[in-house]
Design a protein around this ligand. Structure first.
Ligand SMILES: [Zn+2]
Length: 145
């Protein structure tokens, strides 16, 4: 798997745990440490949550993964540079889309404000298609008309 090369290029030893975490993040697109532990333990029950946290810290320092507080107080991790994260503030749905969707806006920000947006780490908050079409003030009761 190509993660061995990525890990070595980043100056890390290619341990099985680091490869598991990167492979699983690629599959899930974004995950909390608990999500990752659950997914990895299906294959390798001996990997525990503190190992996952320690592994994520090393991968974060090496720039291979990024961390963001997408929903609530629990950090989500994702592979660095894989795109935009669209977060629905109503139902907490998260979708990852290619960074191309924001390229024109990033160019405009750069030309008008001289600021270079890092498209590898953009989180956009709003309402998903389902929540926009849902009738307001229903079941959950947290929506106002
Ligand atoms: Zn939603």
């Amino acid at each position: 798997m190509t993660w061995i090369t990525s890990l070595r290029t980043a100056g890390l030893r290619a341990t099985p745990q680091r490869q598991f975490v990167l492979e699983t993040l690629e599959e899930l697109q974004h995950a909390t440490p608990t999500d990752l532990a659950a997914a990895i333990q299906e294959q390798t029950p001996s990997v525990n949550l503190s190992t996952i946290y320690r592994t994520l810290d090393h991968l974060d320092e090496a720039g291979l993964v990024s961390r963001a507080f997408l929903v609530g107080a629990v950090p989500h991790y994702f592979l660095h540079g894989r795109g935009l994260h669209l977060v629905c503030t109503t139902c907490a749905f998260i979708e990852c889309v290619p960074p191309t969707a924001m390229r024109a806006s990033a160019a405009e920000v750069r030309s008008q404000h001289g600021f270079s947006v890092d498209l590898a780490d953009v989180v956009l908050r709003g309402a998903c298609a389902l929540c926009q079409s849902a009738p307001r003030a229903t079941g959950a009761g947290h929506l106002v008309a």
